[in-house]
Design a binder for this molecule. Sequence first.
Ligand code: PRP
Length: 204
Amino acid sequence: MINVALPKGRLGDQVYSILEQAGYSCPEILDKKSRKLVFENKEKGVRYFCVKPTDVGVYVERGAADVGIAGKDILLEYEPDVYELLDLGIGKCRMCIAGYPDFYDDTDRPLRVATKFPHIARTYYGEQGRDIDIIKLHGSIELAPILKLADVICDIVETGSTLKENNLVVLEEVVPVSARFIANRVSWQFKHEEIVAMRKALEQ
Ligand code: PRP
């Protein structure tokens, strides 16, 4: 059996369709009413775990899952020690710095940055030598500049509608993001054939 960690939520449905196209289906996963977290496709020899997107790397790094699908944003933020095997080309979005269109950066004081991704934000501004004050939030990041809690946000932009509806704009692009197929380092050695077969099927 290969154990596969899958992200729940927004990316989940797209992930499921590419698994289905690749021949690794498991229709039970689509039952939104179900609270089940473990699903099997015995014929293919796979067992799926549905986990929080931010936790996929943890399951795979620790070997609880042999492989997983995680956004590049999560991989950059948490830097799990895993192999990144394939860019799946789904869940495409951008990590951006956003704020009001008339934002002016007063370099005499630290820039207040609200984000769910403190490591990405620190790295980005660190490379520019810009001193920042991180305000770690867990959601609705766009509220921070509106309430003057922060000067800018460092967040995911997909369609751009959350920014637009809150009168904010992209100020800088940090990095493009998409979903990646990742593998545990030990599993990559010991379940090599199965993992390579899955990667090949997902490549199509
Ligand atoms: C994400 C992100 C933005 C929004 C961007 O939030 O943090 O708020 O999606 O998407 P858009 O460009 O298509 O509008 P999410 O929906 O995950 O919810 P959250 O605010 O609870 O983090």
